[in-house]
Design a protein around this ligand. Structure first.
Ligand code: SF4
Ligand code: SF4
Length: 102
């Protein structure tokens, strides 16, 4: 099953917890600045140190074991409730019970 992440950029305070805790290292801090003046997190969907080309090759070989596994760690560590997790195939939000924008 595939998952994708949405970051509510203008809520994110760029604390970097999602970057630090994602077991697959799928986040980085963006160079852009949001409306609050922070550099928000960006979900890149692949480990930042692996090129897109190499990632696609590895994904095929390892049957999607490298990208997001939907573990929910990023969602749970985010103090701003700025992360949503979707099941990619269904396009349906699978958990985001926290209210965004405290
Ligand atoms: S759900 Fe888990 S694997 Fe997917 S981006 Fe969040 S922390 Fe990383
Ligand atoms: S944990 Fe939340 S607030 Fe912190 S950088 Fe990630 S998305 Fe932004």
């Amino acid at each position: 099953m595939k998952f994708k992440i949405e970051i509510l950029e203008d809520i994110c305070k760029g604390c970097g917890l999602c970057v630090s805790f994602c077991p697959k290292q799928l986040f980085k801090i963006s160079e852009k600045i949001n409306i609050k003046g922070y550099h928000p997190a960006e979900w890149i969907g692949r480990p930042y140190f692996i090129s897109e080309e190499k990632f696609e090759k590895l994904e095929k070989e390892k049957k999607n074991l490298i990208s997001c596994v939907g573990c929910g760690v990023c969602y749970n560590v985010c103090p701003e409730a700025a992360i949503k997790i979707y099941k990619e195939a269904m396009g349906v939000e699978f958990k985001n019970e926290k209210k965004s924008g405290k």
